[in-house]
Design a protein around this ligand. Structure first.
Ligand code: ADP
Length: 189
């Protein structure tokens, strides 16, 4: 299996690039943000709970997120592999994923980390807000909080994969095609 953690701060382009990787490598895309938003839209219990955190730009609690992610993996038992987008976002999530995949005799192949500086992220997200309809995209203080949460709780997850020699930093500035090429090169090498 090819199991990719697509990593990077909010607005780094994970969703855009994930769609291309899915097509090229025939993978299942699991975006925790997308799954939460679908639950919010469907007004499920999970959605109601998650919304309280997401609207502020805070992380949804680990146990909720981990349970949800694992059940999504289980729904796709025939997959060639997965792109994990927006997960793991904490070291606790990374450890849980490691154990969970090991129980299925598989593992993470590589972490691809899109690198974009903070001011560029804010610009991109405010632009995206015009179409995304996401409340957490429209307000600069919420965006800044998401970036702060990323720097405080999520950036360290890179160390977890670096310790296993699975960390690949990818320059996330350039055209969408250029960035895709960089990702393909890192996967195929
Ligand atoms: P972005 O990467 O642009 O912040 P996402 O769609 O990945 O957007 O996530 C949106 C929100 O969903 C996050 O700000 C957070 O509240 C919640 N979320 C997504 N993934 C996780 C996760 N792995 N752990 C906790 N909360 C999460």
């Amino acid at each position: 299996m090819l199991n990719i953690v697509l990593f990077g701060p909010p607005g780094a382009g994970k969703g855009t690039q994930a769609a291309r990787l899915v097509a090229k490598y025939d993978l299942v895309h699991l975006s925790t943000g997308d799954i939460f938003r679908a639950n919010i839209k469907g007004e499920t219990e999970l959605g109601k709970l998650a919304k309280q955190y997401i609207d502020k730009g805070d992380l949804v609690p680990d146990e909720v997120t981990i349970g949800m992610l694992e059940s999504e993996v289980d729904k796709n038992s025939n997959a060639n592999g997965f792109i994990f987008d927006g997960f793991p976002r904490t070291t606790v999530q990374a450890e849980a994923l490691e154990q969970f995949l090991a129980s299925k005799n598989t593992k993470i192949s590589v972490m691809l980390a899109l690198d974009v500086e903070d001011d560029e992220l804010v610009k991109r997200i405010l632009l995206r807000a015009k179409d995304s309809g996401r409340a957490d995209d429209a307000d600069e203080s919420i965006i800044r909080n998401r970036i702060e949460v990323y720097n405080k709780h999520t950036a360290v997850v890179a160390d977890f994969y670096a310790a296993q020699n699975k960390f690949e930093k990818i320059d996330g500035v350039g055209s969408i095609d250029e960035i895709s090429e960089r990702l393909y090169n890192a996967i195929d090498k």
